[in-house]
Design a protein around this ligand. Structure first.
Ligand SMILES: [Zn+2]
Length: 693
């Protein structure tokens, strides 16, 4: 029976949904978005009692439009806390099927308690606050208390099955529904290991098989770990992204955690809240809250494409209304719509609030809990738990490495080898100057940033001119030597990352070596130690030079130097297992200060002097993580993408030190005698066995 309180049905037909309507009297069915904006009232929170509107949270409009896309039979949705993720991913679809389409539904949950809780605390209040309170069961299951809910019978003749991961496969095999939604899927992923017929989620989805293509199955869940069900479903599905339109440069961009700036230098939480705002990844300009709203209101949802050839650039495809519909290559062949959105899309929470949170997380006693909250509830990226991390480097350890006897920018008197590493970026390059000392210990002499005037000229010209100026006015001039600050010393080996702007870096290397008349500059190509998404290759050492190279390979520890004979190259290229060298750099902080293999930083009275270095040093780490079905596996974990520049530059400088002949184990050569040549502007500190001089 149809309850009298049902509102008037509007005149728009949704052909894909109409197949479920079992009544003989034809009805006109609204699509899910229209229905939600007409009939749903927000059950709780600051907007309680207000009509649901995508104007309040524009990302919801994009998601609802995508959910009714007929190409996708399945969906997986994740988003930040307090953003209406459950409303959009579970409440609205369930109520739409139950109320507007008047069909049966299935709600899947990890256990009875969660299932009952979802009904009583989330779904029932949504019905009660809406125009559909009249179809709620007046007696029997679902009408009041009780944690053992199985099926809820609505007064409009439909019912909703609550199904849990427990209870064996047979409990899940005798119910059919055209719509299945699973909540907290990540909590039930491993429960299915015993039954290889299929896991609980797949079995729940299978309850819709009778409806074939007309069925819809979905899940919403807070993101947990990378291996979790929701992240896997999203990334293996369309992996759709919400691209915001920058109000400053009108590029479609997706700012992330590294683009929230202003809170880092704040003196307190209040200042952090006042100063934090998102900066456009493309033009670098800050967005006010009003501009962020505009950017989100003009956002588009794009599905990931698959590159058709290796290294294909991102290509944007536009529809007739100039909306981006596809990025990169050809669309994925998938029937799962996978959507992730984060706190930048969430207009219910200001960027200032997130900035204040970041300020507190950076100071949290329990770093792991803080990081987990940041990842899962705000930035909506998988959190990587620490399980026997092999290099548990902490901020405190970095701070403890400071040596009060040494000053920023002064090369220790007993330095035998000096090397610089430069990490290349679009807007700035990060450099790190590293000293190897007579007793086998190491010292970070200085580090800094080279601004690249990308905004004022073409990228390649900007990069080349910024690097050349730095080489000639800083590197060649050198740094003062401790105890004799008249004496300037220059790094003997100079390593520059050539993974980005490769041709320009090669050109820079050739020009500089020609200018100074010897081979001091080397390009650097980093590889990963383990197979990782987004990295093309794992490091390996070739047995012999490749054809055309001809010249012998110089082998080092987890790196080798090979002549790169391509016409655009013609350089000695340093191929490096960068994960191994990053791990090795981190390990230096665990070695007792002053002993061989230890690493010091300069002393300072400033409490946060080494904060940025510390943040970068711990931005990536080797880790051991649990993978369902595989157990503990070693992996490389990126905690803060885009904060890793100093870690990269530091690793490069240490490869340079090794290449120059510095060895932790058998140092002991006397420090270089200071040449008595006062006219000489600077000397290079190198070490003895560099075969490339
Ligand atoms: Zn911009």
């Amino acid at each position: 029976m149809v309850n009298a309180t049902l509102p008037q049905i509007t005149a728009i037909e949704s052909e894909d949904m109409i197949g479920f309507v079992t009544e003989s009297r034809p009805r006109e069915i609204r699509n899910m978005r229209e229905w939600a904006e007409d009939d749903v009232l927000i059950p709780d929170g600051p907007h309680k009692g207000m009509p649901f509107s995508c104007r309040n949270q524009p990302v919801h409009g994009l998601i609802l439009d995508a959910l009714i896309d007929k190409r996708f039979q399945y969906y997986a949705l994740t988003g930040p806390v307090q953003s209406g993720k459950t409303t959009i991913g579970m409440i609205i679809p369930l109520m739409y099927y139950q109320c507007e389409l008047r069909s049966n539904t299935l709600l899947g949950a990890p256990d009875d308690y969660i299932a009952a809780n979802k009904w009583k605390v989330v779904l029932k209040p949504a019905y009660e606050s809406s125009a559909y309170s009249g179809i709620l069961p007046q007696k029997g299951p679902g009408s009041k208390g009780g944690s053992q809910l199985d099926t809820i019978y609505f007064e409009n003749g439909t019912h909703m099955k609550l199904m849990t991961a427990g209870g064996g496969d047979s409990a899940r095999s005798s119910y059919t529904s055209p719509f299945v939604v699973v909540t907290e899927a990540d909590k039930m992923d491993e429960a299915g290991e015993a039954s290889r017929e299929s896991d609980p989620v797949t079995q729940m989805y299978a309850r819709s098989n009778a409806y074939d293509d007309r069925a819809k199955c979905g899940m919403e869940c807070t993101v947990s770990i990378e291996e979790g069900r929701i992240w896997q479903e999203i990334t293996n599905g369309t992996n759709s992204r919400i691209m915001k339109l920058c109000p400053r440069c009108e590029a479609y961009v997706q700012p992330g955690r590294e683009h929230l700036l202003g809170w880092q230098d704040a003196k307190n939480e209040i200042e952090a809240k006042a100063n934090a705002c998102i900066h456009c990844p493309d033009c670098g300009n800050a967005w006010t809250e009003q501009q962020r709203r505009w950017a989100v209101e003009h956002a588009v949802l794009i599905h990931e494409g698959e590159p058709d050839t290796e290294g294909v650039e991102t290509i944007w495809y536009y529809d007739d209304e100039k909306r981006v519909v596809l990025a990169t290559g050809i669309p994925k062949q998938t029937r799962t719509l996978g959507i992730r959105y984060d706190c930048v899309d969430n207009l219910f929470v200001s960027m200032g609030t997130v900035g204040a949170k970041e300020w507190n997380w950076a100071r949290a006693i329990n770093e792991d809990n803080a990081e987990k909250e940041a990842c899962q509830f705000y930035w909506v990226v998988p959190y990587s738990p620490d399980i026997e991390a092999s290099v548990p480097l902490t901020y405190q350890e970095v701070e403890r490495a400071a040596d009060r006897g040494l000053t920023k920018g002064i090369v220790p008197a007993d330095t035998t080898h000096l090397s610089i590493g430069i990490d290349i970026g679009k807007w700035n390059c990060h450099w790190w100057l590293h000293a190897g000392r007579a007793n086998g210990s190491e010292h970070l002499v200085d580090y800094g940033v080279i601004d690249v005037p990308t905004a004022h000229m073409e990228q390649s010209i900007a990069t080349l001119s910024a690097l050349s100026e730095f080489a000639e006015t800083v590197v060649d001039v050198g740094w003062p030597l401790q105890g004799n600050t008249e004496q300037m010393v220059s790094p003997g080996v100079r390593i520059v990352d050539s993974g980005y702007m490769t041709a320009i870096i090669y050109q820079f290397i050739r020009e500089q070596n020609a200018r100074i008349g010897r081979r001091a500059w080397y390009p650097y190509k980093g590889y990963s130690a383990l197979k990782r998404v987004g990295y093309d290759s794992v490091y390996w050492q070739p047995k012999a030079p490749t054809r055309g190279s001809g010249r012998p390979i110089k082998y080092g520890d987890n790196y080798h130097v090979q002549w790169h004979n391509e016409p655009m190259a013609r350089v000695w290229l340093v191929h490096v297992d960068s994960d191994a060298w990053k791990t090795d750099l981190q390990k230096r902080f665990g070695v007792a200060k002053g002993t061989p293999g230890s690493l010091t930083l300069w002393g300072s009275s400033q409490p946060n002097e080494h904060k940025s270095i510390a943040q970068s040093l711990i931005s990536e780490r080797e880790d051991v993580g649990f993978v369902p079905g595989k157990g503990n596996v070693k992996k490389w974990v990126v905690v803060h993408r885009k904060k890793n520049h100093y870690l990269d530059a530091g690793s490069m400088s240490r490869v340079g030190l090794h290449l120059g002949g510095f060895r932790i184990a058998h140092q002991g050569t006397p420090p270089p005698s200071t040449p008595n040549k006062p006219k000489q502007k600077s000397i290079d500190i190198l070490g003895g066995d560099n075969p490339y001089q």
